[in-house]
Design a protein around this ligand. Structure first.
Ligand SMILES: *[C@@H]1O[C@H](CO)[C@@H](O)[C@H](O)[C@H]1NC(C)=O
Ligand SMILES: *[C@@H]1O[C@H](CO)[C@@H](O)[C@H](O)[C@H]1NC(C)=O
Length: 132
């Protein structure tokens, strides 16, 4: 009877955490958003990590390319993106284990604007990389 109770408690616990695919690791969501200009052509976001190729995505104004990742136990996760818009292009790390603390509330938000790539900390956007 005691074993059955243990089993029920444990299954409830694991079923309850199933939706959170990273458990017990932390899940982060990375957003890459095109805010360049409503009337401008699309930008391309090609993102990858050492072992995950996320592909080259076409983003029109306001499009939000987002994905979730699980922070690894070894804390060596790194995702980078190349953003191309017309003749301009910029490559940068969108997620690094070493400074994941900057992705507050587990969301890493990047926004492309006319002058460059902005990163959001507590909903305050700051220009972080110039579009060259
Ligand atoms: C993504 O696709 C666009 C359009 O085909 C291309 O101009 C751009 O170079 C590609 N970027 C990467 C990193 O493959
Ligand atoms: C995240 O991406 C999905 C498509 O994969 C999109 O439908 C959704 O709107 C995006 N999230 C936000 C907050 O825009």
């Amino acid at each position: 009877m005691k074993n059955l109770l243990c089993f029920l408690i444990l299954s409830t616990f694991f079923l309850g955490t199933m939706g959170r695919s990273c458990f017990p690791r932390t899940e982060y969501i990375v957003h890459v958003v095109n805010k360049i200009r409503p009337d401008a052509g699309p930008m391309f976001a090609h993102c990858a990590s050492g072992d995950k190729e996320l592909g080259n995505h076409t983003l029109y104004y306001n499009d939000d390319f987002n994905w979730s990742l699980c922070e690894g136990f070894l804390h060596r996760t790194l995702f980078f993106c190349r953003i191309t818009w017309g003749s301009k292009s910029v490559s940068f790390d969108v997620y690094r284990s070493s400074d994941r603390g900057e992705c507050l509330t587990d969301v890493c938000y990047w926004e492309a604007r006319l002058d460059g790539i902005y990163f959001s900390v507590m909903h305050f956007l700051s220009l972080t990389y110039l579009m060259l």
